[in-house]
Design a protein around this ligand. Structure first.
Ligand SMILES: [Zn+2]
Ligand SMILES: [Zn+2]
Length: 384
């Protein structure tokens, strides 16, 4: 257990500096520079990375063992901060409202502490300071680089303001949802509003489509299916007395199983084909894999991560999956992994202009990552 108040002060001031200078996804240039400075200062190897921002660092232990990956995300959000703190964002309209400043700092802290322990490390540790999580870009881009090709296990975490401080929660399988989106263009035939019989009103078809989509979850999928289909935009027309030719609508699909996403997509297409036929209209569906698949927590690694949290003094909880997206899921398509949530004590939720996580979680998370990684080196992950 690391309990050095100077070290804790370093963590807090590093985090405050990141918080004051948040950077948007793919633009984390200063943040990357600050992390690099610290890694170099502590003689931690930085691997060559072909991305404009983000870093992958490496520590090799004195004993043979698995390759364990720790991932923290580093980007901020296009939100104007409303907190009145000394270290509030100086970048207008940009804020660390998801707490990635905490994630980055804890990951750096764990790397600094682990570097002093190579005599107790089995195998190799990779530290992924991942850019652009908020736009679902970074994880896939890091995988593309091939730097994680030989990884045996990966761990990630997110602060959760709805959990009490000192609590770590997770579950087997999906702990966050897949995020897909769709755009639908309905083309009928425009007409004078007073003579709808001379046209083919796309609004009437749109209303039928929205109603039909409500049957996908409620009538088409088994009753225990956890999924969401939401229409979030409708655009059409620009005049009170003209029925337009086209309506465009958009929405999102959240689910916890790729097979369910496929069933939803198929059913949407069936409903669209049927409505296009009966209404003599053209209806086109464009599917957008907007963010990432659902996370897929490896049961053994999840239990291991929760066990280590408990050993480090955290209260552990099993949780229900959340319908938010998390691009850590991309790593889990190629590396067995576990993603956990750690209570951060903010009275406001993630992505809120008054989100304010508690500095007191920094050292405990760093300690936890340190112990988890040391223990993981001696775990037979090769067999997963
Ligand atoms: Zn976020
Ligand atoms: Zn986040």
């Amino acid at each position: 257990m690391i309990s050095n108040s100077t070290f804790e002060q370093f963590l807090i001031s590093f985090r405050h500096d990141l918080h004051a200078h948040p950077e948007l996804s793919k633009k984390e240039v200063r943040t990357t520079h600050k992390i690099r400075e610290q890694l170099e200062l502590h003689q931690i190897t930085i691997l060559p990375l072909t991305l404009a921002t983000g870093l992958v660092a490496e520590i090799i232990g004195d004993y043979p063992g698995p390759t364990i990956v720790l991932r923290g995300d580093i980007d901020a959000l296009p939100i104007q901060e409303e907190n009145d703190v000394a270290f509030r964002s100086v970048s207008h309209g940009i804020m660390h409202a998801c707490g990635h400043d905490f994630h980055t700092t804890a990951l750096l802290g764990a790397a600094i502490q682990l570097k002093k322990q190579t005599g107790n490390i089995y195998g190799r540790i990779l530290f992924v300071f991942q850019p652009a999580e908020e736009i679902g870009y970074g994880a896939a881009a890091i995988i593309e680089t091939g730097l994680l090709n030989k990884a045996d296990a990966i761990f990630g975490w997110h602060n959760d303001p709805t959990l009490p401080l000192g609590t770590v929660a997770s579950c087997h399988g999906a702990v966050t949802a897949s995020v897909d989106a769709f755009d639908i263009t309905i083309t009928g035939r425009g007409s004078h509003a007073a003579k709808p019989n001379e046209g083919n009103d796309p609004f009437i078809i749109t209303s039928q489509l929205i109603t039909a989509f409500q049957t996908i979850i409620s009538r088409f999928l088994p009753s225990n299916t956890n999924a969401v289909v939401s229409i979030t935009q409708i655009h059409g027309g620009n005049n009170r007395n003209v029925i337009p030719e086209k309506v465009v609508l958009s929405g999102t699909v959240r689910a916890f199983d790729a097979k369910i996403v496929e069933l939803i997509k198929q059913r949407m297409q069936q409903l669209i084909t049927g409505l296009a036929f009966t209404n003599e209209a053209i209806i086109e569906l464009e599917w957008v894999e907007e963010f990432s698949p659902a996370t897929n927590n490896h049961p053994e690694l999840t239990d291991f991560a929760l066990q280590l949290a408990e050993l480090n003094g955290f209260t552990i909880e099993k949780m229900e999956p959340l319908s938010i997206g998390e691009d850590f899921a991309n790593y889990q398509t190629v590396i067995p992994g576990a993603f956990v949530f750690i209570g951060s004590g903010s009275p406001y939720p993630l992505h809120h202009p008054q989100f304010k996580a508690d500095d007191n979680i920094l050292l405990p998370i760093t300690n936890y990552l340190f112990q988890l990684t040391l223990a993981a080196g001696q775990h037979p992950f090769k067999k997963l």
